[in-house]
Design a protein around this ligand. Structure first.
Ligand code: ATP
Length: 248
């Protein structure tokens, strides 16, 4: 099974360092959560791992190779970055089939992933009419199409109802139990506490923690530990102090 290795990765937009000499390894057989305040560089890091954004320096490797060096990328890493990235008039089935056909994957696998995410009954409906939960499920089916060893999901439970959140949690635990490398970002602390085994925490593009969840939560909730860790890394007030001067 394969690791994700991020080594001295940096990316700046103008003078702003989105990712700043970041190094960590994501290991197989467990769910690793990727945490950090808004703008900490999580999506940029994931995009560099997937070869969608070019690093200024450093490497992002899957199974020891850069994404553009992977012989069969869909078989090695499956990703959900933006669940809305589907042709709206195409059915779920045809969306998956088109991707399967261009990657040498058979129709049988399309049916398998539709079943895996519970979308068989709506597979012929236009993806543009899907609810957020259905779109997330289709995004996860897309990520799983190549039966990848590495699964990477950016905010997979964003906007999902409790049933959908529980389903994603069960699926990710199952995939890690099969020995896959599961890497996900989420801002939902309680959900992360229930889903992840390990955490990578970033702030202002830099590594703040690379730690087992059990260690991070040894003396309290993940939320408290997270706020303590990231307090210095946010550029906005962390406690709400209502400004009453405007109405006085
Ligand atoms: N294409 C881009 N052009 C300019 N700046 C960008 C671009 N992509 C990201 N950034 C900036 O890089 C920084 C890191 O953004 P990124 O989206 O990686 O953070 P994030 O941790 O995923 O945040 P969030 O939790 O809000 O999704 C931010 O300041 C963002 O504005």
């Amino acid at each position: 099974m394969e690791t994700i290795e991020v080594r001295h990765l940096s990316k700046a937009y103008g003078h702003h360092k989105a990712v700043d000499d970041l190094s960590f390894t994501v290991h197989p057989g467990r769910v690793t959560g990727f945490l950090g305040p808004n703008g900490a560089g999580k999506s940029t890091t994931m995009r560099m791992i997937l070869g969608l954004t070019r690093p200024d320096s450093g490497d992002a490797l899957v199974g020891g190779r850069r994404y553009d060096q992977l012989a069969q990328p869909l078989h090695e890493v499956g990703a959900l970055l933006d669940a809305g990235a589907v042709h709206p008039r195409r059915s779920a089935y045809h969306h998956l089939l088109a991707l399967a056909q261009t990657n040498g994957i058979g129709k049988r696998r399309v049916h398998e992933v539709l079943a895996m995410v519970g979308l068989e009954g709506v597979a012929d409906r236009r993806a543009g009419g899907f609810s957020l939960g259905m779109s997330q499920r289709l995004g996860i089916a897309t990520a799983m199409l190549g039966d990848p060893a590495v699964v990477m999901l950016d905010e997979p439970v964003n906007g999902l109802d409790p049933e959908g959140i529980r389903w994603v949690r069960g699926l990710l635990r199952h995939l890690a139990g099969e020995g896959r490398t599961v890497f996900l970002s989420s801002h939902l602390m309680s959900e992360m506490q229930m889903t992840a085994d390990h955490l990578i925490v970033v702030g202002r593009g830099q590594l703040l923690a690379d730690v087992a969840i059990a260690e991070m939560t040894a003396s309290g909730s993940l939320e408290d530990a997270y706020f303590a860790l990231t307090a210095e890394s946010v550029d906005y007030p962390t406690t709400a102090t209502p400004d009453r001067s405007a109405v006085a």
